[in-house]
Design a protein around this ligand. Sequence first.
Ligand code: GTP
Ligand code: MG
Length: 167
Amino acid sequence: MGRSNVGKSSLINALIGRKALAHTSKTPGKTRTANVYNIEDRFYLVDLPGYGYARASKSERHGFQSLVQAYLSTRQELAGVVWLLDVRRDPSAEDRAAAELLSERGLPVLAAITKADKLGSGRRAEQARAISAALELEEDQCIVTSARTRDGIQELGDAIDALLAAG
Ligand SMILES: Nc1nc2c(ncn2[C@@H]2O[C@H](COP(=O)(O)OP(=O)(O)OP(=O)(O)O)[C@@H](O)[C@H]2O)c(=O)[nH]1
Ligand SMILES: [Mg+2]
C-alpha cells in the first residue's frame, strides 16, 4: 500500500519479474481496485489502490480509503503489509494516517522506499533516514528500492519471505 503514484504496481512487477502484469501509469490513480497476484501458489500479493490521489472525487477518495481500511482491519489472512514511500517526498498527512492505521492493526510492516534511482546516493540515504524517522520506522523495516534499476528488489523479496516464514 502507499500513496497514489508511489510505484506500487511497478514494484509488484519488479518483484514478480515480469514487465506488465500490474498496470502502471504516469497518471496517478490508475489502480482503482484491489488487484490480487498469486505468487507461485505460495502467497498472494495485493495491489491496493493508492491514497492521496488529488484529482479523485470526494466519494472516490472516501471509497479508496474505506476499501484500504476495511481490507486492513478485516483480512484475517493478512500476513503483513509492504508500505511504499517515495524517496523524494516528505511523509504526507495521509502517510501519517496510514502509519496510525498500521500501528493500530499491529501487523508486520515492511517499508519500501521507492524510486531510489531518482536521487543520488547521498540525498537518497539522507531522505531514507528522514522518512523513517518521521514515521518512526525501525531501520531494519526499511528497504530502499528502485523498480527501474532493481536496486533493493531482491532484498525486499527476501524480507517478504522472512515475514511469511515468521508468520
Ligand atoms: N524512476 C522511477 N520511476 C518509477 C519507479 N517506480 C515507478 N515509477 C514510475 O512512477 C509512475 C507510477 O508508477 P505506478 O507503479 O503506476 O504507481 P502506483 O503506486 O501503482 O500508482 P496508482 O496505481 O495510480 O496508485 C510510473 O510513471 C512509473 O513508471 C522507479 O523505481 N523509478
Ligand atoms: Mg497502481
